[in-house]
Ligand binder design. Structure first.
Ligand SMILES: [Zn+2]
Length: 76
């Protein structure tokens, strides 16, 4: 078990958006904790696609997308 507390970003073949069905630019994986059905704390990781359409207005997502949008656009 290493790196379970880290956030990772995947830009290779991110999944389609679960909301609008359009391709996403990237996918993030992040640690998550929640209470399970017995009221015990469970820990794991979650992954979420970051959709340029649906995540508009979410500051954290917009910052990420802005970074990658600059890359994707290239020069000029
Ligand atoms: Zn979407």
């Amino acid at each position: 078990m290493t790196g379970s507390e880290e956030i990772d970003v995947q830009v290779d073949e991110p999944p389609a958006c679960g909301v609008c069905g359009q391709p996403t630019l990237l996918r993030i994986g992040f640690p998550s904790a929640w209470d399970n059905a017995r009221g015990q704390e469970a820990r794991g990781r979650r992954e979420a696609p970051v959709c340029p359409r649906c995540e508009r207005g979410v500051p954290a997502a917009e910052n990420l997308l802005a970074l990658f949008a600059v890359d994707a656009r290239g020069g000029t």
